[in-house]
Design a protein around this ligand. Sequence first.
Ligand SMILES: [Mn+2]
Length: 218
Amino acid sequence: MHGRVIAVGDIHGCPNALNALVAAINPKSDDMIVTLGDYVDRGLDSKSVLDQLIVLANRCHLVPVLGNHDEMMLHARDGEADFQDWMTVGGDATLDSYGSTGTLSHIPTEHFRFLEQCVSYFEIKTHFFVHANYKPDLALDQMDDHTLRWLSLRDSVPGPHYSGKIAVMGHTPQPDILDLGHLICIDTNCWDGGWLTALDVVSGQKWQVNEQGYLRTD
Ligand SMILES: [Mn+2]
């Protein structure tokens, strides 16, 4: 049996926010934390974020979902075109955090290994978790990667999933938690002056911290 089930929104290279959020949650070994992806890019220290997540995985049951930015970092190893694609969406800031502008060679294997074991989706009895979006009439294992990792809520707001489960997602920045009942988006734009949000999906308890480490709860 698990303790709490807590979803965490897009971290995007914000180590102070992640550190303060984990301190506020104070996860126990039987708690499950589902991070919704986009650990890297945009913010100032993606390296530190991945370091913290690897430590967190040893402290509680961490289920990391793969975001489109994390996927692009993995693909950057495949060739120059993929590398340049990643640079244009914020990979340059990520490389800077490793002190290695222009090359992947300073990124530890352990960090790539962490991203490689991220999942495309995760589900519990009452909820499912994806990075970006879903198709209401399809089983999770039938959904394409574009929908799961890229499709913005600005382009498509899905209706309730046929399973009756509540969808929990990130990817599309919101001024505050977007709760449509059948769909909850908790990307609250931490890297750009907003908040990093955590939500206990069973109790509804939420925590929000900004990159300055300021915590607000309800
Ligand atoms: Mn994203």
